[in-house]
Design a protein around this ligand. Structure first.
Ligand code: PLP
Length: 405
């Protein structure tokens, strides 16, 4: 067993050091300065020697005290040595990919990825950088092994996936990557480090859209990478600070620092509500299928039990009907906002076929199982009885019944 303080403790305090300021601030101040005055002109000073851990800062794109505190916090939560905070989850993922490939290389990716990541891999990496990308069903590690080639340098997965909540075995895929001399990246946005820590399972880099659970309040867009691979960390630092200049602002860094403090209790509430709703939906006659790894009926429930400390707050379900029924259902909801995104304290519902996954051609979407009546919900931390009553309201509207309050 490791001797780290538990995640609840790290989430509240790690990265913020009251001794770092003269007044002993117990929360990190928002440092807005874009540049920092030097005590003297040191002609031998190199950028590498400016050490944020020693309270030294030069220019806020390179490093900033509030962002530095957040980066330390994120590294601590994921159990890695190096954390980086970006302006979005997308830019974090793009940076991880750019730090791992060059023209002629090959990437193997899960075929069930966030639609934006898939487009990034197709349009930027494959079409513009000349890096071939194979999308495979990574629920079976043999498919990943079969797709690996001598020139493969990166494997990229999400688990569970969006919106079908399919899993991949991180340890097995990490072994495949390392046998091939490649790196494994895991987008851990859906479970957060409270429920899953991919670096402990052999992954080399973890990515997040901090926009989701890490911030948790739907009021900041940001992203993160955490790694314990030194040479990768050097490449990421160069890209983040010099090559691309893609950093999270001090104010957003403060918001995410604040959000992470309540990560543990929020995740517990998200999960308890999601499990209750998944069970309610599973027994509803207007629902054909429920996708949630916490249900025993989920085909990879055993893997979820082994690999994760919990099942998270996101699920999807298939309505017994078509697009028009799904529209009536979604528009009748009052507690679930009809909105994309996940991971905030408020409940959200959306129709992937018309919203998040609309850019994927219909035939391809349907082959993956994303039908016109598949609804995805991000279950919030409201009282679960009110959420169930709201879903009842949706089902009544879908069936053209009068909606009772
Ligand atoms: N990864 C996952 C799993 C996501 O759901 C999202 C956004 O929805 C992203 C990455 C992209 O993050 P952002 O919107 O912060 O760029």
């Amino acid at each position: 067993m490791d001797d780290r303080p538990r995640i609840e403790t790290r989430a509240v305090g790690h990265g913020e050091d009251p001794g770092a300021t003269l007044r002993g601030d117990v929360v990190s101040p928002i440092h807005l300065a874009s540049t920092f005055a030097l005590p003297e002109l040191d002609t031998d000073l190199s950028l590498e020697e400016v050490d944020p851990a020693e309270g030294q800062f030069l220019y806020s794109r390179l490093n900033n005290p509030t962002r530095h505190a957040l980066e330390q916090r994120l590294a601590s939560l994921e159990g890695g040595d190096h954390g980086f905070a970006f302006a979005s989850g997308t830019s974090a993922i793009a940076t991880a990919v750019l730090a791992s490939v060059e023209p002629g290389d090959h990437v193997v990716a899960f075929d069930d990825l966030y639609a934006g990541t898939r487009r990034l891999l197709e349009t930027m990496v494959r079409d513009r950088l000349g890096v071939d990308v194979s999308f495979v069903d990574a629920t079976d590690p043999d498919n990943v092994a079969d797709a690996v080639r001598p020139e493969t340098t990166l494997l990229w997965v999400e688990t569970p996936t969006n919106p079908l909540l399919r899993l991949c075995d991180i340890e097995a895929v990490a072994d495949i990557a390392h046998d091939a001399g490649a790196r494994l990246g895991v987008d851990n946005t859906f479970l957060s480090p409270y429920f899953q820590t991919p670096l402990d399972l052999g992954a080399d880099v973890v990515a997040h859209s901090t926009t989701k659970y890490l911030n948790g309040h739907s009021d900041s867009v940001g992203g993160a990478l955490v790694t314990d691979d030194e040479s990768f960390a050097d490449d990421v630092a160069f890209l983040q600070q010099v090559g691309l200049g893609n950093v999270l602002s001090p104010f957003d860094s403060y918001l995410v620092l604040r959000g992470t403090k309540t990560l543990a209790p929020r995740m517990r509430d998200h999960e308890a509500n999601a499990l209750a709703i998944a069970e309610y939906l599973e027994s509803h006659d207007a629902v054909d299928a429920v996708h949630y790894p916490g249900l025993e009926s989920h085909p990879q429930h055993d893997l979820a039990r082994e690999q994760t400390a919990g099942y998270g707050g996101i699920l999807s379900f298939e309505l017994d009907g078509g697009l028009a029924d799904a529209k009536r259902f979604l528009e009748a909801l009052e507690e679930f906002a009809l909105a994309v995104s996940v991971g905030g304290v408020e409940s959200l519902a959306e129709l992937p076929a018309a919203m998040t996954h609309e850019p994927i051609p219909k035939a391809e979407r349907e082959a993956q199982g994303i039908t016109d009546s598949l609804v995805r919900v991000s279950v919030g931390i409201e009282h679960v009885d009110d959420l169930v009553a709201d879903l009842d309201r949706g089902f009544a509207a879908m069936r053209g019944q009068s909606v009772s309050q």
